[in-house]
Design a protein around this ligand. Structure first.
Ligand code: GLN
Ligand code: ZN
Length: 767
């Protein structure tokens, strides 16, 4: 009998109940007990949904109040000292838990939160475990036990999900130089995990799922040895009725396959959607008697599966592993897709049947399982409906615009190159722009005040006419341009008052994108995002930013930068069609941006910034795939930028300071100026640029926009001098780390005034 299962379900609630409860709790308006009540309801709703859908084995403990990695930190009692947690306490209490998540500042306790970083290549962020030398670990949370009890009470066959010990250690960060968490702390971590396993076994756990997604990244032999050691230890701790699953997802396990399939565990989850090579591994050798949890329904995207093709794959897998040893599953936790398509009203009627959110993906898993057990005839209606939707999707003209296809296929190498090399462009731009040395500018956005947000809202809800809205936005722009002139900035911006989310702003004006109302996905904690759905050919029906930029330029004699979001970032922050390559889709976006760039140039805009904050996060999980990604991603950027004349200056911006391993790619963007985050990194990062021989404009941020703090003139001048010790003055620009939209006006103008004064002071020293 083949069984259906799942690896994890969205936690946030159909109506974002979790967010509301958390925020009320943090505001002191909801007690811990009441918050726990909301959490319990969400958990039991999730269990009921999965059971009603017909899922046989259902994950528990996949729910989290904030983050599942933080849950593991609490489980291990790995609370950093700065949170003053009472190490005698039986459990990590809720306020310590949230302190680690969000930081605390109250009399007697001032501790910044744990660092946050991306969960593999998703848009989910986890809290990074911290390791010190004398780490004392012990079981400090009964959450898995309570989760199991809830599953048992609901009468489902529950599988307790834990972050695996190897991944936990690899996802953390040593806080002391030279400490290797795996070498130092594996035994201690395993002791606690063993205790959890013992207790779960005693409580009658039939399944425990250890998530080890780090196995889809490059792993060293000592790391694989640690994997073996871990599961040998956990095997010793369990009682006879508890079965183990090690779950991998987000890619191929490649060289880890042998170690993985040799573990003393009953089940192994493999991703057959993003792990194209996993199938060959299973074909070549599957350990007899082990259960394969086959991830065949895409947990990372929003499209329906091609059920007939998936069925075909599953039939082969059944043949290989045997019907008693196969479970059908999504490719990963469904945390990364929106809850339920049924919540959507008014979605494009043609596209809707192509979509499957978490709830619909459960149905797919169940249909596939039934087809295997009872024959395709038992689910003929579902399979036929799916087939029809697939065919309609394939045939839709909205996926195949001949004009765009023609444009893409006739691209020539020179479409990806500026007309002349940087040296020639530099002279033409210098002449046109007439900027002083160390020119000052900003990254684009200015404070998004409540009034500005209200303005956009009123316009969207048609309370405000187009004309009134335009007038109001123009007034904001005029005022902001005036303020920048008065502060003495050299290159101005219009302020981005017409946009909130940058990808949404462009997506809404391009063909090929769809927006949901309830399609929320957890980004971190109580922050959710609603990514656009890029379903079809991307086309730009008309200019998107020209009127605002042209208006802003009309307000000043100084150059005003045009402000666009780049093709890679738009791609990266959307759910993207899966019926053609990402490279191809990115080219289509690039062509649309290119048209906008050329229109801005025609409107007299002398400098145009194309933001690519998401370039780095698109890097594949396997190093050997980096080069191919960077090839097409940088080509798409150049395609978007290269249509302009020499004298038009192309800027780009990236809000991070990690360039060492992608500096060649950054250089190949061939942008005339790049602004980067640097206020917290200092000269170390800039050495990467110097050693590479980077010879174009570069603006290392001189102040951190993440805090309202106003840095002094001296501080920023100091940073600038440090920069000039590493980079040649003729290349250096002066700007903040990132956009100012989250800041208030008073601190913004104060900081920019100081920044301009710092630039002037250092300029004078140049002689
Ligand atoms: N131009 C954008 C802004 O200033 C850039 C945002 C970003 O890098 N994420 O807001
Ligand atoms: Zn930024």
């Amino acid at each position: 009998m083949i069984r259906s299962t799942n690896l994890g379900y969205p936690r946030i609630g159909a109506r974002r109940e979790l967010k509301r409860a958390l925020e009320a709790h943090w505001a002191g308006e909801l007690t811990a007990a009441a918050l726990g009540g909301v959490a319990d309801e969400l958990v039991s709703a999730g269990l009921a949904t999965q059971r009603q859908a017909g899922i046989d084995i259902i994950p528990v403990n996949d729910f989290s109040l904030y983050d599942h990695v933080l849950d593991a930190t609490a489980l291990l009692g790995a609370v950093p000292d700065r949170f003053h947690w009472d190490a005698q306490a039986a459990q990590v209490d809720l306020s310590t838990y949230f302190a680690m998540a969000r930081g605390v500042q109250r009399p007697g306790l001032d501790a910044p939160a744990l660092e946050m970083t991306k969960w593999f290549d998703t848009n989910y962020h986890y809290l990074v475990p911290e390791f010190v030398a004398d780490q004392r670990l012990r079981l400090a949370s009964d959450k898995p036990l309570r989760a199991l009890a809830a599953g048992q009470a609901a009468g489902v066959e529950a599988r307790v999900v834990l972050l695996g010990p190897l991944s936990y250690l690899l996802l953390g960060k040593a806080k002391v130089d030279g400490l290797d968490p795996l070498g130092h702390h594996l035994d201690a971590v395993l002791e606690v995990y063993a205790e959890v396993v013992r207790q779960l076994s005693r409580q009658g756990a039939r399944w425990i799922q250890f998530d080890e997604p780090c196995l889809v990244q490059d792993r060293t032999p000592p790391e694989l040895a640690a994997l073996r050691q871990s599961y040998a230890a956990l095997d010793r701790a369990r009682g006879g009725d508890t079965r183990f699953v090690v779950a991998t997802y987000f890619g191929d396990v490649d060289a880890a396959y042998e170690a993985l399939t040799g573990l003393p565990v009953e089940g192994i989850a493999l991703d057959f959607v993003r792990g194209a090579r996993n199938l060959a591994k299973v074909r070549a050798a599957w350990p007899r008697g082990k259960t394969l949890i086959a991830g065949v329904v895409d947990g990372r995207n929003v499209w329906i599966s091609d059920l007939r093709a998936r069925l075909h794959l599953l039939e082969e897998l059944t043949g290989t592993v045997g019907p008693d040893h196969l479970q059908v599953a999504p490719s990963c936790s469904l945390l990364h897709v929106p809850m339920d398509l049924k919540l959507e009203r008014g979605l494009d009627a043609e596209v809707r049947p192509w979509l499957a959110f978490a709830r619909q993906k459960l149905d797919e898993v169940v249909v596939l399982t039934r087809a295997l057990n009872e024959g395709a005839g038992a689910v003929a209606k579902a399979l036929d409906g799916n087939q029809e939707a697939m065919e309609r999707r394939r045939a839709s003209h909205r996926l195949h615009d001949p004009a765009v296809a023609e444009r893409v296929t006739s691209l020539r190498p020179r479409d990806f190159e500026r007309r002349n090399p940087y040296g020639v462009r530099r002279a033409a731009q210098a002449q046109r722009l007439g900027l002083p040395p160390l020119p000052t500018t900003t990254i684009g956005s200015f404070p998004q005040t409540a009034e500005v947000r209200q303005l956009r809202q009123q316009w969207r809800s048609e309370e405000l006419s187009d004309a009134a809205y335009t007038e109001a936005v123009e007034a904001e722009i005029r005022r902001t341009v005036g303020i920048q002139e008065e502060i003495g900035l050299d290159m101005l911006v219009h302020g981005e008052f017409e946009r909130n989310d940058m990808v949404e702003y462009f997506g809404e004006q391009l063909d090929g994108f769809l927006f949901t109302r309830h399609g929320w996905v957890q980004s971190y904690g109580s922050r959710y995002v609603k990514p656009p759905i890029l379903y079809g050919t991307v086309r730009r029906p008309s200019p998107m930013t020209v009127r605002w930029s042209a208006f802003a330029q009309g307000c000043s004699r100084r150059p005003v930068k045009g402000m666009l979001t780049g093709p890679v970032t738009i791609l990266q922050w959307s759910f993207v069609r899966d019926d053609q390559s990402r490279e191809r889709t990115c080219q289509e976006i690039a062509l649309a941006i290119r048209d906008e760039v050329c229109d801005l140039e025609r409107a007299g805009i002398a400098a145009i910034q194309i933001d690519e904050p998401a370039l780095r996060e698109g890097l594949p999980l396997r190093k050997r795939e980096w080069a191919e990604y960077l090839r097409w991603a940088t080509a798409a950027f150049r395609l978007s930028a290269a249509g302009v004349e020499d004298r038009t200056q192309i800027h780009t911006h990236m809000c991070y300071g990690e360039f060492a391993d992608i500096i060649d790619a950054i250089s190949s963007l061939d942008a005339d100026v790049i602004s980067i985050e640097n206020a917290r990194s200092g000269a170390e990062l800039l050495r990467v640029f110097r050693e590479h021989g980077y010879d174009k404009g570069i603006g290392p941020g001189v102040y951190d926009i993440h805090s309202p703090r106003v840095p002094s003139v001296g501080e920023m001048a100091g940073l600038l001098r440090d920069t000039l010790a590493v980079l040649q003055a003729e290349h250096v620009w002066v700007n903040p780390d990132c956009g100012l939209k989250t800041r208030g006006w008073p601190e913004t103008t104060a900081a920019l005034r100081n920044m301009v004064a710092a630039a002037q002071a250092v300029r004078a020293e140049l002689g």
